[in-house]
Design a protein around this ligand. Structure first.
Ligand code: NAG
Ligand code: NAG
Ligand code: NAG
Ligand code: NAG
Ligand code: NAG
Ligand code: NAG
Ligand code: NAG
Length: 330
């Protein structure tokens, strides 16, 4: 009699359980986070095994003991069994119906995980439910734990391996122009990069550098000139000046001057020309003066009454028209 009831009670319990499972399995395909904080005791120690009731969510029925058992952390209920949370998923609470996927930046590489692990520096995970983190590729780095992406190396730095935690700054004389560089390239001839510079720079005018990957430029030496910063200095022409740092030779004014030591002096031709032109000038002045004087004296003799009233133009030369006309001509 007693055993009958037990069997009957067990059968009824099993039917009830089956009904409960069909109702809960409808929602089991979705992430049932709302059930993670149910009003029931998730610690599961207070289940009344002798009651004929469907097992509560998060528990499963055990044929042998006729009771309900609670799924512990790291697992969740599936039909009549507790299922370990798969890779990439976790469950920190007991008595839950689903496992949670690891967030980006975290991973779970084993089953029955109560927590997800953070990706190490140099690794990342850009998806939910990751079973492993990915390595940062060359030119990228992840300096922190739990990165959901890797950062590209900023301009001026590089990373030539995978799993970079940081990027190395290019040494002096080398540069990395773009982001995500995997190597530094030496500065071109005609350019330089000092230890504190960000990138290669062109030599200032009057300086040159013919080598690759240099940290400074050389000043163009004296008696040479440097038309381009990436070329060797050119010898100064014999008739030009080239102080240190010259871009181009400086000449004396052609024809009229010539180089003499550190200065320009008059060329012989110029001296002759100057002498000749000054001679012509003097002669012209004398001739003008004579001609003027000649005319004044003639006017005075013909129209003397009128001119004496107006004031004569000849006065401006300091001679009075009514003064004695003196013939001084040759
Ligand atoms: C479970 O709950 C009971 C009663 O509330 C408590 O005494 C016990 O410490 C809890 N066990 C755990 C592992 O939390
Ligand atoms: C289980 O339920 C039965 C019937 O309601 C009750 O008599 C018993 O005390 C309960 N056991 C516990 C541990 O709560
Ligand atoms: C419980 O019993 C039922 C019916 O006999 C059976 O189908 C089921 O597989 C059993 N479950 C376990 C976990 O043994
Ligand atoms: C329950 O587990 C079985 C096998 O372990 C699996 O095929 C099934 O998809 C699981 N069901 C749910 C709802 O997780
Ligand atoms: C999981 O990852 C940890 C840390 O990287 C490692 O020590 C462990 O061996 C891995 N386990 C498996 C099963 O891959
Ligand atoms: C994650 O990164 C990989 C590799 O870069 C890429 O192929 C994939 O599309 C990314 N996934 C998401 C969700 O961004
Ligand atoms: C990577 O860079 C380091 C430091 O600059 C260098 O010593 C090493 O040879 C490089 N490795 C490769 C494969 O280029």
């Amino acid at each position: 009699m007693n055993s009958w009831w037990r069997i009957y009670g067990f059968a009824a319990c099993f039917i009830g359980l089956a009904v409960a499972q069909t109702t809960t399995s409808e929602s089991s395909s979705t992430i049932t986070l709302t059930l993670a904080t149910p009003s029931i005791d998730t610690n599961c120690s207070t289940v009344n095994k002798s009651l004929c009731e469907a097992c509560l969510p998060g528990m499963f029925s055990d044929n042998a003991t006729e009771g309900c058992f609670c799924c512990s952390d790291g697992s969740c209920v599936n039909s009549s069994d507790c299922q370990l949370c798969p890779n990439g998923h976790y469950q920190p609470l007991a008595g839950q119906q689903s496992c949670l996927p690891c967030l980006p930046g975290f991973y779970a590489n084993s089953t029955k995980s109560a927590t997800c692990r953070a990706c190490e520096p140099g690794y990342y995970s850009n998806e939910t439910g990751a079973a492993a983190c990915r390595e940062c590729g060359q030119g990228y780095f992840a300096s922190h734990q739990s990165s959901s992406s890797c950062e590209p190396c900023p301009s001026g730095s590089f990373c030539n391996t995978t799993k970079c935690i940081s990027c190395s700054v290019c040494s002096a004389g080398e540069e990395a122009v773009g982001i995500a560089s995997i190597e530094c390239v030496p500065c071109h001839p005609g350019m330089f990069k000092g230890p504190s510079d960000q990138m290669c720079m062109i030599c200032s005018p009057g300086n040159y550098q013919v080598e690759w990957g240099e940290v400074k430029c050389n000043i163009c030496p004296e008696d040479h000139y440097c038309p381009s910063p990436d070329l060797y200095p050119v010898d100064c022409p014999w008739d030009a000046f080239c102080p240190a740092g010259s871009i181009e030779p400086r000449y004396c004014m052609e024809t009229f001057f010539r180089k003499a030591g550190n200065t320009c002096e008059l060329a012989p031709l110029t001296i002759v020309l100057l002498g000749f032109s000054s001679l012509i000038g003097v002669l012209a002045i004398i001739a003008l003066f004579l001609k003027f004087k000649q005319r004044c004296s003639r006017m005075f003799t013909v129209h003397s009454p009128l001119l004496s009233k107006d004031g004569s133009p000849c006065r401006s030369y300091g001679t009075y028209p009514d003064a004695e006309p003196v013939y001084t001509g040759w």
